[in-house]
Design a protein around this ligand. Structure first.
Ligand SMILES: C[S@@+](CC[C@H](N)C(=O)[O-])C[C@H]1O[C@@H](n2cnc3c(N)ncnc32)[C@H](O)[C@@H]1O
Length: 221
């Protein structure tokens, strides 16, 4: 892992990279979305698709709670069906925009891990890529020190760009990993690996010295 120590950690000045700061009051709270209260370590999956990873994770980690969010009805309906059949008490499946949900329902310093698996590559609008959004700072503020964000993609350029942003903008340590060809965590992962494409992920660590401008923003819907 590309580690920095607290002493050599420069304060990230995001104003050079982003013209605007994330504003949660510009987003409506999703309707009928619950705030999850749990004594278990809390994980968040953004863009859960049909929920394959979410269900696998919940089944394999009975001691952890996963909130998995998917925006589209088409995919969420399949996810809800799968989750309903498994009836797992440590999985909360939510149809919502994950940005609005996180902004209004996740407390600062509360997440033990975040998964963003095979996000849309947004070729026509790179500002919509997760590490290019002011929201990413807010997301980091929701994580505990020592928590990780796992972001996977079959597009090397997406991972290259994210790595550059970690080095130059976010100043977060990470590990870059090639995903095994027999991995089968999500529908997209299965499809890409079956086509012989290389899939990679960045496992990004929030160090204990890391601070954001949202660390004390704890107003929830
Ligand atoms: C390429 S798919 C990958 C789905 C799944 N993770 C997989 O690997 O099979 C990306 C998913 O992210 C969802 N998504 C994108 N932005 C989102 C947002 N802001 N909130 C919730 N879901 C989102 C899309 O609807 C889509 O289903």
């Amino acid at each position: 892992m590309n580690h920095s120590s607290a002493q050599d950690f420069p304060t990230q000045d995001l104003s050079h990279h982003f013209e605007r700061i994330f504003r949660k009051d510009a987003l409506l709270a999703p309707k009928n979305a619950p705030t999850v209260s749990t004594h278990r370590p809390l994980f968040l999956e953004i863009g859960a698709g049909k929920g394959k990873h979410a269900v696998l994770f919940a089944k394999e980690n009975a001691d952890k709670h996963l909130i998995a969010i998917e925006r589209t009805s088409e995919k969420f309906d399949a996810f809800a069906k799968l989750a309903g059949a498994e009836n797992l008490d440590n999985l909360t499946a939510i149809q919502a925009d994950a940005i609005a949900y996180t902004a209004h329902h996740i407390a600062p310093n509360s997440l033990d891990g975040v998964f963003i698996l095979y996000p849309n590559p947004e070729p026509a609008n790179k500002n919509q890529r997760w590490l290019n959004m002011p929201f990413f700072e807010f997301l980091i503020s929701r994580m505990k020190a020592g928590a990780t964000i796992t972001i996977a993609s079959n597009i090397a350029e997406y991972i290259d760009e994210a790595q550059k942003l970690l080095d130059e903008v976010w100043l977060l340590p990470y590990e870059r990993v090639q995903i095994d060809s027999d991995s089968a965590r999500t529908h997209f992962e299965i499809k890409y690996l079956a086509r012989g494409e290389m899939c990679q992920e960045l496992v990004i660590l929030k160090p204990n010295y890391y601070q954001t401008r949202f660390d004390h923003d704890d107003t929830q819907a």
